[in-house]
Design a protein around this ligand. Structure first.
Ligand code: SAH
Length: 218
């Protein structure tokens, strides 16, 4: 028998296979992605395409990231159930939900009030109680809650995000797309425990820019 339920299962399974071949091998990350209903996070027009491995448009001219990039970035953070994570760029809240299934606490900042409100609704609907949201300029981080074990930036920072690196624990990990052009370099900063960092290049990515200040919603 096949029905809508089976079709949904098949799409999820296909996405997981795709992520594996793209290098997402961490079981906790694959499990979190499989359990997070991406159709809840995309506009109605794109519901049918929610389980495709592609970025899609969301409100306010922003995008929900490609699942394989969500997977690779989450994996690069080397999370565990004790981690307090700061995420910059809540967007749809999809990456937030994936993080929340693995980490202890997720602090997420968004500069569009509309996007943040919608994301909060989805997080609540999924029953994820370990997410704390904030409307503001994430470029400044969240000093009151620092230091963090992990920081994930889901918008392209024009240069090294020094304010965010300062809010990282000595052995923390920060993952961010860095660059001013349409294609940026995904970087991982791993704290050396003494205030310095080892920097690794993880490949090319395409993100919307990290912009200063809060946005005026339309
Ligand atoms: N992680 C998101 C993808 C978001 S796209 C998802 O899974 O859907 C990047 C987001 O970063 C956009 O929503 C954009 O508004 C936000 N953003 C850009 N600059 C920002 C800043 N300085 N502070 C907070 N959010 C910012």
């Amino acid at each position: 028998m096949s029905g809508p339920q089976d079709a949904a299962e098949t799409r999820r399974a296909r996405l997981v296979l795709n992520l594996r071949s793209a290098g997402v091998t961490d079981a906790a990350v694959l499990n979190a992605i499989e359990k997070t209903p991406r159709d809840l996070f995309v506009p109605h027009l794109f519901k049918e395409r929610a389980w495709e491995d592609s970025a899609l448009p969301i409100a306010c001219g922003q995008t929900i990231s490609q699942p394989q990039i969500v997977g690779l970035m989450t994996q690069a953070l080397t999370l565990d159930g004790r981690a307090r994570v700061l995420e910059i760029g809540t967007g749809s809240g999809y990456q937030t939900a994936v993080l929340a299934r693995i980490a202890r606490l997720v602090y997420t900042v968004e500069r569009y009030r509309t996007l943040l409100k919608e994301a909060e609704g989805r997080i609540k609907q999924l029953g994820l109680l370990n997410v704390i949201t904030r409307f503001g300029d994430g470029g400044e981080g969240w000093p009151e809650q620092a230091p963090f074990d992990r920081v994930l930036v889901t918008a392209a920072a024009p240069e090294e995000p020094t304010a965010l690196l300062r809010q990282l624990k000595p052995n923390g990990v920060l993952v961010a797309p860095i660059g001013r052009g349409a294609v940026q370099s995904l970087r991982r900063y791993v704290g050396d425990g003494q205030g310095g960092f080892r920097v690794e290049e993880l490949g090319d990515v395409r993100f919307v820019p990290l912009l200063a200040g809060v946005a005026k919603d339309l």
